[in-house]
Each structure stands twice: as C-alpha cells, then as structure tokens.
Design a binder for this molecule. Structure first.
Ligand SMILES: *[C@@H]1O[C@H](CO)[C@@H](O)[C@H](O)[C@H]1NC(C)=O
Ligand SMILES: *[C@@H]1O[C@H](CO)[C@@H](O)[C@H](O)[C@H]1NC(C)=O
Ligand SMILES: *[C@@H]1O[C@H](CO)[C@@H](O)[C@H](O)[C@H]1NC(C)=O
Ligand SMILES: CC(=O)N[C@H]1CO[C@H](CO)[C@@H](O)[C@@H]1O
Length: 320
C-alpha cells in the first residue's frame, strides 16, 4: 500500500525514509540512508558534517548554539539524539539541494532568520522536530519556523511541534514570483501540533498543499492562509481557540508582516475540505473553492475524535 519502506539499522539507531506525503513521491526521500554515520556535539563538527553532498546520517548530540544558518548538503539525514538535539539560534538552510531528512531537533529563537529555510530544494522530510521562540518581540524579530520558497517541491512536514511564535510557515515568498513558483510546492503537512502562533500555519502562494490531522491551539490571528492562487486540501484537522482557521481571501492582514502596515492585497487562493474538520468556534473566510480534492499517494486518516490525543502524544522530539 505504501511506497516501500527502507529501514537502515545501525548499531544504535534506526533511520526511516519518508514514507508519506509528497516527500515520498518524485523518487522518494531517503536522506543519508546507505551512507556514512557520524555523531557530533560541537558546532564546527556539525557544520562540516552536514554540508557535503555525499550520503550521510549526522546524529546531533547537543545542545549547540549557532550564530548563523548552517548549510545542509544533498543526501543528508540530521537526527537529534534522544532529546539533546537542540540548536539555539542560527537555524538551518537547504538551498539548491535535494533528498534531506531533518528529525528530532529542537530549533529555537533564531533572531532575524528562519529556523529552517528551503529554496530551490526538493524531496525534504521535516519530521518530529520542535520549533519555538516567543511572542514578546513583535512579528519581525524572528522570521519563519519552516519557510519554503523559490520553487521547492515534494516536501512533507509531519509530527512537528510549533509554538510561541508569530509567523510560523510561509510557502512562496512573493506574489510576483509566479513564473518560478507556479506548479511547484507540492507539500504535505500532517500530524503537526501548533500552539500560540499568530499567523501562517501555513500561509501559501502558488502552492498545492495537503493539510491533514493537524492540531491547532490558540492560533491568534489567522491559521491556514491560501493566497495568490494557491490551493489547499484541508481534512481531519482540529482547531481550538483559533480566530480564523482557514482563509482564502488574499488580503495579508496587519499581523502577518505585510509591506503596507494596513495590509497588502493579493489575489485570493482556493481551499477544499475533505474529511470533516473541527474548526471549534473559529470563523473561516472561504472565497473560492478549488479543484484539489485528492492526492496521488495513500494515507491513513486518524479519526477526528483521536486527533488531539494522537498529535499531542506523537508530535515533537523524543518520540521517534
Ligand atoms: C545536489 O543536488 C542538487 C539538486 O538536486 C543538484 O543540482 C546538484 O548537482 C547536486 N550536487 C551534487 C554534488 O551531487
Ligand atoms: C485563547 O487564545 C488567546 C490568544 O488569542 C489567549 O489569550 C487565551 O488565553 C486563549 N484561551 C484559552 C482558553 O486557551
Ligand atoms: C472575507 O472575505 C471578503 C471577500 O470575499 C472580505 O470582504 C471580508 O472582509 C473578509 N472577512 C474577513 C473577516 O477577513
Ligand atoms: C552519493 C549519493 O548517495 N548520491 C545520491 C544523492 O541523491 C541523489 C538523488 O536522490 C541520487 O541520485 C544520488 O545518487
């Protein structure tokens, strides 16, 4: 039923390839499976280990503190050891690369940049990580937590815990970038937990996003925002105390870092609802229904009544 699952056993660790969502397509995402294995604890060793393009699994036994984004090469798995894979500041970038897995890391308080930046990258699996900062510094002090721009494709974001942040996850950096981005951004977000986020869970332009079985608590201003002709299929999600779970109205609200402080106008996006969602007492603003009603991979929906317990128990670090 699923694409084949390749298990690579090393002496101590188990590495699993991305088996679900869009990262399982386009040749699949196996990261460093089959390559070398190293465990690092120091900043310089970490930076050196992750940047090559040869197949490798890098285990991070942290914490480490980065002063700038560390560059990830092709064919890489980065996996935190236990709950020690903590990266303070700096963040990670995947630019012009493919076949990368990031699992079981805590990335926090990246001032002036994203926790993970992806550009012109494909076949990426971001799984079982925790991302947090704070909401006491305004929306531009930290940037995004997982930002996916410039024609990235075939990415799965699963079982992550995003909390205490303004603008969480942006797909497509600019409404004028249609030429590069149209027909890209095939992305899956599932079983992620979000708590105390202001906007962008995610916000998307031009994208094609399948969002299922995510848990959203306390999304202050706006949750899933489909704009600039993006399309999103939303199913089996639970929202609580979330002002606006889903909007396809293109307007970029003042709390979402628009160019004009009163908000920016963009074309609307599209949204389709699949299996039932629980929107709590939130109010959606659906201006356009699209044609995105099914995905080309198999997946198993968690029953809506179990989403809160399954995601709370399963998302974040120390759980793989
Ligand atoms: C790394 O992957 C990118 C994207 O697929 C590719 O363009 C590049 O040639 C690869 N580099 C090497 C050294 O294999
Ligand atoms: C609901 O969210 C707001 C922030 O939008 C927060 O101040 C409030 O404490 C939350 N209420 C509950 C019951 O969690
Ligand atoms: C919802 O979208 C409409 C456009 O169809 C807009 O006029 C309205 O202001 C939006 N409502 C909110 C709460 O953003
Ligand atoms: C050395 C190595 O494993 N290279 C692989 C990197 O990933 C690409 C795409 O997944 C493969 O084609 C390479 O063989």
């Amino acid at each position: 039923m699923f694409p084949s699952v390749l298990l690579v056993l090393s002496a101590v660790f188990t590495v699993v390839v991305a088996q679900d969502g869009y990262a399982s397509l386009n040749g699949g995402t196996k990261g460093g499976a089959g390559g070398t294995t190293t465990t690092v604890s120091a900043v310089a060793a970490f930076q050196t280990a992750i940047k090559t393009d040869t197949a490798k699994t890098v285990y991070l036994k942290g914490p480490i503190t980065l002063s700038s984004q560390a560059t990830i090469g092709n064919n890489t798995s980065i996996i935190g050891v236990g709950t020690s894979g903590i990266i303070n500041g700096g963040g990670l970038k995947i630019v012009g690369k493919s076949n990368v897995i990031v699992r079981n890391l805590v990335i926090n308080k990246v001032v002036g940049n994203d926790a993970i930046t992806m550009q012109r990258a494909n076949n990426i699996w971001i799984d079982h990580n925790e991302f947090y900062s704070d909401t006491t510094h305004g929306f531009d002090y930290y940037d995004g937590q997982v930002d996916i721009t410039h024609a990235c494709d075939f990415i799965t974001v699963s079982y992550n815990y995003f909390h205490d942040h303004y603008k969480c996850s942006l797909i497509g950096h600019d409404p004028s970038n249609a030429k590069e981005d149209t027909a890209k951004f095939h992305l899956t977000y599932h079983h992620n937990r979000w708590n105390n986020i202001h906007t962008r869970t995610p916000a998307m332009r031009f994208a094609h996003v399948h969002s299922y079985n995510n848990l959203f608590d306390n999304v202050v201003s706006q949750g899933i925002h489909s704009r600039s002709k993006a399309e999103v299929l939303i199913e089996g999600n639970v929202f609580a105390n979330t002002t606006e779970p889903v909007s396809t109205f293109g307007f970029v609200i003042p709390d979402d870092s628009p160019d004009d402080p009163n908000g920016d106008f963009e074309p609307d996006g599209f949204a389709n609802f699949g299996a039932a969602n629980d929107f709590g007492n939130g109010k959606n603003n659906i201006t356009a229904t699209g044609l995105f009603t099914s995905v080309p991979y198999t997946y198993t929906l968690t029953p809506l009544a179990n989403v809160r317990s399954v995601v709370t128990a399963g998302a974040g670090v120390g759980k793989i």
